[in-house]
Design a protein around this ligand. Structure first.
Ligand code: AMP
Ligand code: MG
Length: 406
């Protein structure tokens, strides 16, 4: 068991190596509506062009541009075509066809006069008041996507836009990677569930619910989330089953306390510890191990520590396991000074301001989960003796609570 404190970068390297060795989850085919939040296992290629047929962008009249070059001019109306109908009869010289948005452009016509630029339509004839060139208000077949083109690449996480494009191409099913199965547990005899009374010294469990939500947002299937007693047998029983998952995440019980039994229970079940303790604040006693293809993260129990460690390490591992590409941290300027730690990578929740600068939370304690309220950034700053001044560039993970990037 490696027990020296390692750097954040080294922790990432070891986790990435273990994730790569575990490999991506199996592929599965799902109904397109169930693809939301999932990572595509195959490219989505267009079975037909978009638009599929040339059609009108406006309600108006399909005409020949040459016929209206000397507008105002009166044309005879030879028919009507509505969205959903087959193209009307061709437009002959001197003729117009009334057309609705989305209706196929009749042959012969090369432009659409919006209804607002016409007058006197009585059923047989219409007056076009202004001349417009060819190709106005016309949406050409294939101008958006050509048949056979790759529209969405494998590895893309499906969001609302992807779902809409998949539907518009008519796919009833798509191939995705299976959701990584994750078991989450907390330890601590002090923990009670909301809705039950608290005895002396007891507190409510919040971590499991934060971690479960974060895991789901990262695309994981949370198969178990529960508190296990600070008891070696209870832990072993729970873990023996939980280790069948792709990922096991614990909160609490990895520091130096007398009841910090998690690492021992893991090792007795054959989990090979890859590291314990990272030079970071919060979440210094982070533990990481592997058994076969199962990744095990032992997060410290303080609420900010477990949330931040999940966001910094577990989130991207879950994205990679399901074939996705995590969004790398970005750089932003500080809107307020950042309190560095001389020997540890310092993480704080933060919030972007309107100028794109990021303001670190002033709630510094790892027990202060309210630091996460309103946060849309996780700021990480390497060890440093002095606080960083306003305007300094820092690394930031943008927290989109719909999932961190992909
Ligand atoms: P531990 O890592 O077990 O020493 O826990 C560190 C701190 O986090 C202690 O104050 C615990 O009471 C608290 N804690 C542990 N688990 C949870 C949890 N699930 N919800 C809220 N607080 C917790
Ligand atoms: Mg504890």
């Amino acid at each position: 068991m490696a027990q020296t404190m390692i750097s954040v970068a080294h922790a990432h390297e070891m986790i990435d190596a273990a994730v790569a060795a575990a490999g991506v989850t199996a592929r599965e085919r799902v109904g397109f509506r169930d693809a939301i939040g999932r990572v595509l296992a195959a490219d989505v290629t267009a079975p037909f062009s978009l638009p599929r047929f040339t059609n009108s962008a406006m309600d108006g009249f399909a005409v020949r541009a040459a016929d209206i070059a000397n507008a105002p001019v009166r044309l005879s109306v030879s028919g009507i075509v509505r969205a959903g109908e087959a193209a009307a009869t061709p437009v002959a010289p001197g003729e117009a066809v009334q057309i609705m948005t989305g209706a196929p452009l009749p042959s012969g016509a090369d432009t659409v006069v919006p209804v607002e630029q016409t007058s006197g339509y009585g059923g047989d004839t219409v007056e076009v008041r202004t001349s417009i060139p060819a190709d106005r208000n016309v949406r050409h077949a294939g101008e958006e996507v050509e048949a056979g083109a790759t529209v969405i690449a494998a590895g893309t996480r499906v969001g609302p836009a992807e779902l809409g494009v998949i539907a518009s191409l008519g796919f009833a099913e798509v191939d995705v990677f299976a959701r990584p199965r994750i078991a989450i547990f907390g330890t601590g005899d002090e923990l009670r569930e909301p809705g039950t009374p608290l005895g002396d010294g007891e507190i409510y469990n919040s971590n499991l619910w934060v971690l479960s939500d974060l895991a789901q947002r990262a695309g994981a299937d949370v198969v178990e989330a529960r508190i296990v007693r600070d008891d070696a047998d209870a832990l072993r029983d729970f873990l023996a089953a939980a280790l069948a998952c792709d990922v096991v995440v614990s909160s609490g019980g990895v520091s130096m306390g007398e009841h910090d039994l998690v690492r021992g229970a893991l090792s007795s079940l054959g989990v090979e510890e890859r590291f314990w303790k990272v030079a970071q604040k919060p979440a210094k006693p982070l533990a990481f191990g592997v058994r076969d293809a199962t990744l095990v993260f032992g997060l410290p129990g303080n609420p900010v520590s477990s949330a931040i460690a999940f966001l910094e390490y577990v989130h991207d591992a879950l994205i990679r396991l399901q074939g996705g590409a995590p969004t790398p941290p970005e750089r932003a300027r500080l809107a307020a000074p950042f309190p560095c730690d001389p020997g540890k990578h310092r993480f704080l929740f933060g919030a972007f301001d309107a100028t794109g600068a990021v303001r670190p939370s002033t709630r510094l304690g790892s027990h202060m989960l309210s630091a996460g309220l309103g946060a849309d950034a996780l700021i990480g700053v390497p060890p440093g003796a002095e606080p960083l001044p306003v305007g300094a560039l820092v690394e930031v993970r943008r927290l989109r609570w719909g999932g961190l990037g992909t």
